[in-house]
Structure formats: structure tokens, C-alpha cells
Design a protein around this ligand. Structure first.
Ligand SMILES: [Fe+2]
Ligand SMILES: [Fe+2]
Length: 134
């Protein structure tokens, strides 16, 4: 489980708050692994995750454009890859009624560690070095 701490701050409140929200949704999914499984609740949380991830990525990409981030293209590709991966799990869950939870959580945990921990830190460093944020 990944928890938010100051080291994950990108220096923009709007994005930090979204990261906290994203972690909260993913932790909700993790919790439903152990607890009694309600298909309806898992489905709802999956939809929340898919929608929120897209919304969060659009916010970051807005800043990339606004601040002329040179690595934007590569970063946006990584966002799109995750949206596509979530969609695959989504289809397996809703169309084929597969138990995808453990596999999805493991992918999300790895993704969070790498993406929040490394990729998002790169734009934060760029924004800071160029005095675009505090
Ligand atoms: Fe992010
Ligand atoms: Fe990102």
C-alpha cells in the first residue's frame, strides 16, 4: 500500500490533492480484497478509479502545456498506457465477470511507486528549477 507523504508533493496543491484522492480510491479497492466482496461495490470503485485517473491526467497535462514541459509527450504516453490497462481490467470484470482485483492492485501499486515516485517528480523538479512554482 502506498501512502501519501510530503516527499510525494509536486508543489502544486491541486495536484497533491488529486494524488491523495487517487491513493484513497486505490486503498478502497485494496480493502475490498480482504473484506466481504460485493461485486457492485467493486464495480463502482473501478468506475471511480477509471474516471478519476482520466481527470487527474488531464489536470497534469494542462500544466505541461501551460509550463512548456519538454518531457510531456513521454509522460502523456505513460498516462495513456495506464488508462488502457485499466480499461482491459474493466472489460474483464464487467464483461467476463473475472476476479481481477489482486492482479489490478498489484499493477496499481507498482504504477504508483514508479509514476508518482519518479515520473511526476520529474515535472515537479522541472517546474521548480524554472521558477514556475515554489
Ligand atoms: Fe500524477
Ligand atoms: Fe503523471
Amino acid at each position: 500500500m502506498v501512502t501519501w507523504n510530503e516527499q510525494l508533493s509536486v508543489g502544486i496543491d491541486e495536484i497533491d490533492n488529486q494524488h491523495k484522492q487517487l491513493l484513497k480510491i486505490i486503498n478502497e479497492l485494496s480493502e475490498s480484497i480482504d473484506g466481504p466482496k460485493s461485486e457492485a461495490l467493486i464495480g463502482l470503485t473501478l468506475m471511480k478509479l477509471a474516471n478519476f485517473a482520466k481527470y487527474h491526467f488531464a489536470t497534469e497535462e494542462k500544466y505541461f502545456l501551460q509550463y512548456g514541459y519538454p518531457e510531456a509527450e513521454d509522460h502523456i504516453k505513460k498516462h495513456n498506457d495506464l488508462v488502457r490497462d485499466i480499461q482491459v481490467f474493466f472489460d474483464r470484470f464487467f464483461n467476463d465477470s473475472q476476479d481481477i482485483l489482486a492482479e489490478l492492485i498489484s499493477l496499481l501499486d507498482k504504477w504508483l511507486e514508479d509514476h508518482l515516485g519518479n515520473e511526476d517528480m520529474k515535472y515537479a523538479a522541472y517546474f521548480r528549477e524554472n521558477n514556475l512554482i515554489k
